[in-house]
Design a protein around this ligand. Structure first.
Ligand code: SAH
Length: 397
């Protein structure tokens, strides 16, 4: 495939030479010359000197990804195969662990090719495509998988509609179709997952360590509130860790049957566990009115959500969400504050926590801290890719 020559402005040359992988509009002299999505790009400086090679694929802020800094390296089937093979090797400890059968095997720019990820769910692979540009390399990626792994089925999620939205489709790509749900394990905990039913599968794999920590070290005997609970994965882990009671709150109707299913997968008696289909913010008001409080509250909202009454966005509303949680957390109780919002890092997130506690006049201590787990490999030159921030916060008074 021939490469389009793209000139990087002098002001940004160093940034790319030092390894920054995301090609962005401001850095390019003639951004209208990018060809069509999926075209290969050769990046040069204003003096014409070689910087790197990449591809054009529109995604959030970026216009594509740098793939190599070696002028001689060709971007072809073998290139994809080399990167995917290295990524699979890295995950060997996960493949060898019988107690965990769902994890990420390829994490975009963290594994050397931005724009797509691959997850493993017990004999099946799910590819997430984040731009139409990278989707043009579907053949290269699926052929690599075909060569490198044995699988039952391959599925895909096309996440490149306007605004990064998921394209509704039959997500089955090749192999043999499963009957869903299939059951995967995570540190021995069982989860029902659906790989061909919309954008989400039933479990967010990046919270594995957090779920384990809640189960092993925090849940015993506790009364737990899990907000934005989705399929109740945190509630299930709390229950298995000996929580006295859990309440799961999510707006989506599907959360009730799906959470019930996850509880039954793990033979947990449903009586001690409440599942509420309602707006989290309404639930907080209700709890205050009824004098209900908790020893552990989990906050894991989406970065952005629109409900009938209002919109929630992390930068605008997380502080108030924390204040709502603080108001119904018992003394010495723990708030698990999580966000996958990529627009700020841990420092800013901690400032937000500080403000929320300050404004409520309560003391706190951060007792645990998590970012992405090992299988979600990140690129040191792309800190924005390290999006997950989780704090376990003890309310002192
Ligand atoms: N914490 C979950 C993942 C959350 S996904 C887990 O670990 O599996 C985000 C969820 O928030 C979705 O299920 C969505 O239905 C829910 N949601 C969004 N806005 C909400 C609101 N205002 N009240 C309750 N749930 C909401």
């Amino acid at each position: 495939m021939c490469e389009l020559v793209i000139t990087i402005k002098d002001a940004f040359r160093k940034k790319f030479q030092q390894g920054y992988p995301l090609i962005f509009e401001e850095a390019i002299r003639d951004p209208h010359d990018l060809g069509k999505e999926g075209s290969l790009l050769k990046l040069v400086g204003e003096n014409g000197a070689f910087i790197g090679k990449g591809f054009y694929g529109k995604q959030n802020k970026g216009l594509g990804w740098v793939l190599t800094h070696k002028e001689k390296e060709t971007i072809d089937q073998q290139f994809f195969e080399r990167k995917i093979s290295a990524a699979l090797n890295d995950r060997k400890p996960f493949f060898d662990d019988e107690d965990t059968t769902a994890f990420r095997v390829f994490n975009g720019e963290g594994d050397g090719i931005g724009g797509f990820t691959i997850d493993y769910y017990k004999d099946n692979y799910v590819i997430n495509w984040y731009s139409d540009g990278i989707f043009q390399f579907k053949e290269e990626v699926t052929q690599s998988l075909e060569k490198l792994v044995s699988y039952k089925g391959i599925y895909e999620k096309k996440r490149f509609n306007v605004g990064g939205k998921y394209v509704e489709d039959d997500d089955f790509v090749m192999g043999e179709r499963e009957e869903f749900p299939i059951i995967v394990k995570e540190n021995g905990v069982r989860f029902a997952v659906y790989l061909n039913d919309g954008p989400m599968t039933g479990i967010f794999l990046d919270q594995r360590e957090v779920r384990k920590t809640i189960r092993k070290s925090y849940a015993k005997g506790k009364k737990v509130l899990n907000t934005f609970s989705y399929t109740g994965a945190f509630s299930v882990c709390a229950a298995l860790g000996g929580a006295a009671h859990t309440t799961s709150v999510d707006l989506a109707n599907r959360s009730l049957p799906r959470t019930t299913e996850q509880f039954s997968m793990n033979n947990i008696e449903r009586e001690a566990h409440e599942i509420k289909v309602m707006d989290v913010f309404r639930y907080f008001k209700y709890a205050v009115k009824k004098g209900i409080s908790y020893e552990m509250i989990i906050l894991d909202p989406p970065s952005f959500a629109r409900s009938k009454k209002n919109t929630f966005s992390v930068p605008k509303d997380y502080k108030n969400l924390l204040k709502d949680a603080i108001a119904i957390t018992k003394r010495n109780g723990v708030i698990v504050a999580s966000t996958n919002y990529a627009g700020f890092g841990m420092t800013k997130f901690k400032e937000l926590v500080k403000k929320a506690f300050h404004e409520t006049g309560k003391q706190y201590r951060v007792i645990e801290e998590f970012s992405l787990p090992e299988d979600f490999k990140t690129n040191k030159d792309f800190p924005e890719g390290d999006y997950l921030k989780v704090l376990f916060i003890k309310k002192m008074n």
